[in-house]
Design a binder for this molecule. Structure first.
Ligand SMILES: CC(=O)SCCNC(=O)CCNC(=O)[C@H](O)C(C)(C)COP(=O)(O)OP(=O)(O)OC[C@H]1O[C@@H](n2cnc3c(N)ncnc32)[C@H](O)[C@@H]1OP(=O)(O)O
Length: 262
């Protein structure tokens, strides 16, 4: 995304952290437009009707944008290369054994590198910078409805290849739960803001044990959009990389295209 101006005095270094206050302080229509246009490409890539990211939304949110850009001395233009938008969200999660957890976790909400610059290491640079700034390890990140490309990226660049899909379309990695589990018989302390709720009480006759958890949460509550069809719990990496990503994408597209009920 090209801007015919030298953005060095405005943006500073080539990898920049833009929290809502910083975005507000930019006060530069050129930069706002360039970020919004890059976010539109991200939405187009994911076949979303509305961009997940705009500067206006960022200013009014508690999300942070990590932006990679560079100034081309020869052509005297600035180019926005890619961005990652993250935010902390309180999530209710279950692991592959249906143990339940809840806590605040850093979520990757939107991640895009301009198509002309992909597979040149920009995405990894952005996430590495983000992890350092947020004092977070890659396995502690939740991905909001990740694309197949993003799952491949996390596997290849960070060795995270055991995604655990949640009914909310978030994905966390098995390593997150491993880091919380007992070591040498001693239960590890969960991170701040985390607790593992008691095993849910049995419903009905008790014939179903914990199976009800698989289908109990059928839609994204915050979107107010419960769906009739539950997502199949295919926990194999292959299944996660293909079927479930497509299902999640289809569900998200459905949610975005649904007419409001009122
Ligand atoms: C929560 C969410 O935001 S979900 C949406 C994620 N965004 C997208 O899917 C949009 C399209 N993709 C992109 O914008 C980028 O490819 C990103 C952001 C996923 C990664 O950025 P890049 O700058 O390409 O990453 P980087 O160069 O550091 O690493 C490349 C790795 O990403 C993966 N990857 C990137 N593009 C592709 C592709 N077209 N096909 C398969 N794997 C790919 C591979 O693991 C690749 O490693 P390799 O080139 O050694 O095979």
């Amino acid at each position: 995304m090209q801007v015919s101006a030298d953005l060095r005095p405005i943006l500073g270094p080539q990898l920049v952290r833009l929290d809502p206050m910083r975005v507000k302080q930019l006060q530069d229509p050129l930069v706002y437009e360039a970020i919004d246009n890059l976010a539109k490409l991200s939405a187009h890539c994911l076949q979303l009707r509305t961009p997940l990211t705009t500067c206006e939304k960022l200013i009014n949110s508690d999300s942070t944008l990590y932006l990679s850009w560079k100034y081309d001395e020869e052509e005297k233009v600035s180019r926005l290369l890619g961005f990652a938008k993250v935010g902390r969200k309180k999530l209710f999660l279950y692991d592959a054994q249906m143990q339940t957890y809840e806590g605040e976790i850093l979520c990757l909400l939107d991640f895009y590198v301009h198509f002309s610059t992909q597979r040149q290491g920009v995405g990894k640079q952005i996430l590495d910078y983000m992890f350092a700034q947020e004092h977070t390890e890659p396995f502690q990140l939740a991905l909001d409805n990740p694309s197949v490309t993003l799952l491949g990226f996390m596997s290849q660049k960070y060795g995270l290849n055991r995604p655990v899909w949640q009914n909310t379309n978030f994905v966390v990695f098995d390593e997150l739960f491993q880091s919380l589990s007992a070591e040498n018989g001693i239960e590890k302390q969960p991170p701040d803001g985390w607790r593992r709720p008691m095993t849910p009480r049995r419903l009905g006759t008790g014939m179903t044990d914990t199976r009800w958890l698989q289908h109990a949460v059928s839609g994204h509550q915050s979107k107010g959009n419960a769906m009739a069809a539950p997502v199949d719990a295919d926990m194999t990496p292959q299944g996660a990389l293909s079927n479930r990503a497509h299902q999640a994408k289809a569900r998200k597209a459905h949610i975005l295209s649904s007419k409001p009920l009122w």
